[in-house]
Design a protein around this ligand. Structure first.
Ligand code: ATP
Length: 205
C-alpha cells in the first residue's frame, strides 16, 4: 500500500498555474525528491502536501483515504519543516522543543534530540543569538522528537555544515530503513545510501 498517493494534482500560486496533472506515489521506505529551478513550484507542492495550501484540482490520498476525509489523522502522521526554520527567537532551543514536544506528543526527550543534532551546549541560549545553521539544527531536532512516518522537508540542508549534512542524511536513511517515507526539495546532491529515491521534475520558472 502507498503511504501517499497523488492523482491529477494541479497546483497554483495566486493566478499562476505551476504544475498540472501530477501523478505519483510514495511507499514506506521511499523518498521522493521534487526538483526544478527557482520558482518552479517545489515549495508550493510541499505546502500543498502539508495541507497548508489547497490544490487547485486533484486528490491526495493517505493510505488510500482521500486527505479531505482524514485531515486531522494525516496531520498527526506527517512532519513538515519549511525552508525557514519555524523557531521562536525569544525562546531557547530547549524551550522551543518542549513546546513542540507537548503539541506533538513526542516520543523522545528534547535534550536527547538537541544532543543528536550537536547543539546541546546551546540548549539554554536564546535562539535569537544562534547562527543560521544552529537555528536550522533546532528545527531539525523535531525529526528526532516525533515518530511521524512521513517527513516533508523543504530545503532541509540549507545553512548546514558538512558534518551536519552527513548527520541529516544518516537520519533520513534510518527513517526510510524503518519504513518511513520522505518528500524533499533540495538543490544539493542527495546521497541516501541504499534507500529508494524517486525524482519528480517540476517545470521552468
Ligand atoms: N505568496 C505568494 N503569492 C503569490 N505568488 C507566490 C507566492 N509565493 C510564491 N509565489 C510564486 O509562486 C511560484 C512558485 O514558487 P515556489 O516558492 O513554490 O517555487 P520553488 O520551486 O520552491 O522555488 P525556489 O527554488 O526558489 O525555492 C513563483 O513564481 C513565485 O513567485
Amino acid at each position: 500500500m502507498s503511504m501517499l498517493r497523488i492523482e491529477k494534482l494541479t497546483i497554483s500560486r495566486g493566478e499562476r498555474i505551476l504544475a498540472t496533472d501530477l501523478n505519483f506515489q510514495v511507499k514506506p521506505g521511499e523518498a521522493l525528491v521534487a526538483e526544478g529551478p527557482n520558482g518552479s513550484g517545489k515549495t508550493t507542492l510541499l505546502r500543498t502536501l502539508a495541507t497548508l495550501s489547497p490544490p487547485l484540482r486533484g486528490t491526495i490520498y493517505w493510505q488510500d483515504h482521500a486527505l479531505s476525509d482524514i485531515t486531522e489523522v494525516y496531520r498527526s502522521k506527517m512532519l513538515f519543516l519549511g525552508h525557514t526554520p519555524a523557531v521562536k527567537l525569544d525562546l531557547t532551543p530547549e524551550e522551543n522543543l518542549k513546546v513542540y514536544a507537548r503539541l506533538a506528543g513526542a516520543v523522545t526527550e528534547p535534550s536527547a534530540a538537541l544532543e543528536c543534532l550537536g547543539i546541546r551546549r546551546y540548549a539554554a541560549t536564546l535562539c535569537r543569538h544562534l547562527s543560521a545553521g544552529q537555528l536550522r539544527r533546532v528545527a531539525l531536532a523535531r525529526l528526532i522528537l516525533t515518530a511521524a512516518p512521513l517527513w516533508i522537508l523543504d530545503e532541509p540542508f540549507t545553512a548546514l555544515d558538512r558534518q551536519t549534512i552527513d548527520g541529516l542524511s544518516s537520519l533520513l536513511e534510518e527513517h526510510l530503513a524503518e519504513g518511513g517515507s520522505a518528500i524533499i526539495t533540495t538543490h544539493q546532491q542527495l546521497s541516501l545510501g541504499r534507500a529508494s529515491v524517486a525524482r519528480l521534475p517540476l517545470g521552468t520558472g
